[in-house]
Design a protein around this ligand. Structure first.
Ligand code: HEM
Length: 499
């Protein structure tokens, strides 16, 4: 029986009941509405199991779509003994993304990440400390740093594809997984990791990913082999990174002068002047890898699958023509500024993320009830204690926001159309990177990385997808393409157009 990604996520809600954490906070909410509003309609489900059988039978996307079609943009489903309220569409999503964490929080649904990220960081620390730590990530992603990373990315990507032959057939998914790990390592850790132990670090990272299973949500410390491998990998990564941090702090490493994320985290200071500890730096590096590596590699693969799909030849041609214009204007130079000019490619990636968001459903926990008003003018009060779900797989395909929503159409984000801004310029029509208070701090980094990879491929290779367009692997937490994505290539050199 297939347990889908959605079930995985909703089990996070179930997990909250297994966790005594912060229950006091959930008790102190008071209704925020002055008038008495009805609660959202509740989907009928099986006794005791609620919506679980429907999810397993239909898959997450269809089950949510059906409930949305039947009950509208705000509805509650029961999953075992939990109540999960879905908010579909920009009109009802404001509080989800912008509400105070004291009222609508992430903590209750994220505790299971602690064994992976480690102690002293992310959801193991109080909200104020976590905010500061995420600010450190933000600082490491500022344009000045991104300029440096762009150079590192370009070097890594050129070296990687230089190893491809004159022609051949590859599994694009596998290739981009390997390449994104290399790029992330170069930008995050610098030369020490690359030079000495990239192979070992990659293996441990795989074990960390593999150690985040469905059962992890419910029982993060269950003594199963995957958890044991995760704990061993986390401990070894801790040792490796701690040594590097110590040597950088001692000034004994030549790489100390480098401008990678590791150095940026070492140099970060909390508002009270306190320096980051070694444990925190190591935990933040692991968190950054977790947040960024897999998401970026599957997006790069989906972007390729979409562009190489025969149905999208016109978009592939437009992307290649843009590269020709770039070559005419800048020659072989690819840097931060040139990447900013690649608007067609940017829209191709953005459209890929609309159709294939790696985070399919975002979750929060209501510590205080709140009111929502739907597009049709219906008002509801969402009670405290509910788990709240923002299913971007559904609201990225709302026909009143996106015309012909199932079609891959990068031009929808172009000048004059700007569909994600439609309907009065509502925020939260497009939330591939979240939004509001918890918007992704790695968005620019991720775009840059995918654009460096695809601008290189479009300039240097003729490519064809020789396997069918991939299905989505709903079985995993962040759904990527299922199976291999086989692509044949022939080396060539793009030429500048004659004007
Ligand atoms: C294609 C790549 C990526 C996608 C699709 C993505 C998606 C997201 C989403 C949807 C959220 C919001 C989560 C929520 O509201 O519950 C988020 C938050 C976050 N992302 Fe990303 N992300 C990507 C790459 C990265 C990278 C490269 C980093 C590097 C450090 C990163 C770091 C973070 C952090 C720290 C947060 C938490 C922000 C906060 O809570 O204030 N992400 N990301």
């Amino acid at each position: 029986m297939e347990l889908t990604a959605f079930v995985w996520l909703v089990f996070a809600a179930v997990f909250t009941t297994c966790t005594a954490v912060r229950t006091k906070l959930t008790r102190r909410g008071t209704p925020r509405t002055s008038k008495s509003l009805p609660q959202p309609p509740v989907a009928t489900g099986a006794p005791l199991l609620g919506i679980l059988p429907a999810l397993l039978a239909k898959g997450p996307l269809q089950a949510i779509r059906d409930a949305h079609a039947e009950m509208g943009s705000v509805f509650t489903v029961r999953l075992l003994h939990r109540k999960v309220t879905f908010l579909v569409g920009p009109e009802v999503s404001g509080h989800f993304y912008q509400g105070l964490d004291s009222e609508i929080s992430q903590d209750e649904v994220s505790q299971f990440t602690i064994p992976t990220f480690g102690s002293g960081v992310a959801f193991d620390v109080d909200f104020a400390t976590r905010r500061e730590q995420f600010r450190f990530f933000g600082d490491a992603m500022k344009p000045a740093k991104l300029r440096t990373y762009a150079g590192l990315m370009v070097r890594e990507v050129e070296e990687y594809f230089a190893r491809w032959g004159q022609s051949g057939t590859v599994d694009l998914k596998h290739e981009l997984e390997a390449l994104v790990t290399l790029v992330a390592s170069r930008c995050l850790f610098g030369e020490e990791v690359r030079a000495k132990m990239l192979g070992e670090v990659s293996t441990h990272l795989r074990d960390l990913h593999d150690g985040m299973r469905l059962v992890t949500i419910l029982f993060p410390h269950l003594p199963i082999p995957a958890h044991r491998r995760r704990d061993r990998a986390r401990a070894r990564l801790g040792e490796i990174f701690s040594q590097i941090v110590s040597s950088r702090k001692a000034g004994s490493s030549a790489a100390a002068a480098q401008s990678d994320m590791l150095q940026s985290l070492i140099d970060s200071r909390y508002k009270d002047g306190r320096a980051t500890t070694d444990t925190e730096v190591v935990g933040m590096l692991v968190s950054a890898l977790f947040a960024g590596q897999h998401t970026t590699s599957i997006t790069g693969t989906w972007a390729g699958a979409r562009l190489l799909d025969r149905a999208n030849e016109e978009h592939l041609r437009a992307a290649v023509q843009e590269q020709e214009r770039m070559v005419a204007r800048h020659g072989d130079r690819v840097d931060y500024e040139v990447l900013q000019e690649m608007e067609t490619l940017h829209r191709c990636v953005k459209e890929t993320l609309r159709l294939h968001p790696p985070a399919t459903v975002l979750l929060r926990h209501t510590r205080r009830s709140f009111a929502v008003r739907t597009r049709e003018g219906k008002e509801y009060e969402v009670p405290e204690g509910h788990t709240i779900a923002s299913p971007m797989v559904v609201h990225h395909q709302l026909p009143y926001v996106y015309s012909d929503p199932e079609r891959y159409e990068p031009g929808r984000f172009g000048p004059g159309r700007e569909e994600s801004e439609a309907d009065g310029g509502q925020a939260f029509s497009y939330t591939a990177f979240g939004g509001g208070r918890h918007a992704c701090v790695g968005e620019a980094f991720a775009y840059m990385q995918i654009k460096v990879i695809w601008s290189h491929l479009l300039r240097n290779f003729d490519m064809e997808m020789v396997s069918p367009f991939p299905e989505t692997d709903w079985f995993v937490v962040m759904p990527g393409p299922k199976g291999k994505v086989m692509v044949s290539y022939n080396r060539r050199r793009i030429s500048a157009p004659c004007y």
